[in-house]
Design a protein around this ligand. Structure first.
Ligand code: PHE
Length: 350
């Protein structure tokens, strides 16, 4: 040990302080600040040693100067380390018990619309269809014109369609069906075509338990040589049986769409009452699931496809409706409210 002349400043004081500094711990920001003040504040222990340094004899200044600087750095480092471990939630510094069991993280679940959409698509993928998507903001041609809607058709009315008026162009609108993707697919000119087109669609409707201004569709298009109505019927039947069970039956009711001729509405036998009649199927034993038909030759021609060589069928369904039938959801609005209790009901559906 070096001889010292000053009674206050000696090496063992510095050693002792250094050991204390290295063992410092704190649980809160305030505790760290208190430690800083105690050591390095105006009247802090280390600050005081620096003051006493002035009285150290010249031949010892070098030794004590070095030791004091080291001590001060140790204190600064330790305080920084405490701050860091506190903000990182370091349990060692805050004295947490690492052996405590953790809190279970609540798991999210997939939305029933996503589940249903994926299921519909995976069935058609198995049949050899590919998936095509397209823009939600469309023009009149892709939603109506190319699909044989006459200029005065009511769907073109503001009451049914959301138009986006931008002064120069008033034929920009939110698509009312995903048939617009089918037009975009036909435009590419690659035949044959076998696509399913999922997407969000928009209609200017009052929101109720059975209708919403936003919903989801999956539409499909099959174009090749010699495609017949029998092919359409078979495709619809196989889909219905994959979706609602192998005993499901279908029936086709004549209908009308500008882009298909002939057109039909597809019903499936009610899988709840097995066709006997219940309140879900309103006693009829049948539930409507989609619209379909043979692509109108006008549509083929409008999209550059020779209708004398090619024919095809199209179908379209609402994902919300399929999900309602599958899980007996009574109110369409539930899909949009994101009530966790509702969503959790689908947590076990894979
Ligand atoms: N596009 C129609 C609709 O949105 C559905 C449909 C598609 C009907 C294809 C027939 C053929 O209502």
């Amino acid at each position: 040990m070096h001889p010292i002349y000053n009674t206050k400043m000696n090496e063992s004081i510095i050693d002792e302080l250094s050991a204390r500094v290295k063992a410092l711990s704190a649980k809160t920001e305030q505790e760290i600040e208190d430690l800083r003040v105690r050591l390095l504040g105006k009247k802090g222990e280390i600050t005081k040693l620096f003051e006493e340094f002035r009285t150290v004899p010249a031949e010892q200044k070098r030794l004590f100067g070095q030791r004091l600087n080291v001590l001060k750095n140790e204190a600064l480092q330790q305080l920084n380390a405490l701050r860091e471990s506190l903000s990182a939630g370091d349990s060692a510094a805050s004295g947490e018990d690492l052996t405590m069991p953790g809190d279970a993280m609540p798991l999210g679940s997939r939305h029933p619309i996503s589940i249903t959409r994926e299921e519909i698509l995976s069935i058609y993928k198995k049949f050899g269809y590919s998936v095509a998507e397209g823009p939600e903001i469309e023009d009149d041609w892709h939603v109506f014109g190319a699909l044989n809607f006459p200029p005065e058709h009511p769907a073109r009315d503001m009451q049914d369609t959301f138009f986006i008026n931008n002064q120069t162009d008033n034929n920009i609108l939110l698509r009312t069906h995903t048939s617009s993707i089918q037009v975009r697919t036909m435009e590419k000119g690659q035949l044959p075509i076998r696509v399913v087109c999922p997407g969000r669609v928009f209609r200017n409707e009052a929101i109720s338990a059975r209708a919403h201004c936003i919903f989801h569709q999956v539409e499909g298009l099959y174009i090749d040589k010699n495609v017949s109505f029998a092919d359409l019927k078979q495709a619809v039947l196989l889909f219905a049986q994959e979706m609602f069970g192998p005993d499901t039956q279908i029936r086709l009711r004549p209908s009308y769409f500008p882009f298909t001729e002939p057109s039909a509405e597809v019903d499936v036998s009610c899988n709840i009452c097995k066709g006997k009649g219940c309140n879900i199927c309103k006693g009829t034993g049948w539930l409507e699931i989609m619209g379909c038909g043979m692509v109108d030759p006008n549509v083929l021609e409008a999209n550059g496809i020779d209708s004398k060589v090619y024919s095809g069928f199209a179908f379209g369904m609402g994902v919300e409706r399929i999900a309602m039938l599958k899980w007996q959801v009574k109110d369409l609005r539930e899909y949009f409210e994101n009530d966790v209790r509702f969503l959790q009901e689908f947590a076990t559906v894979v």
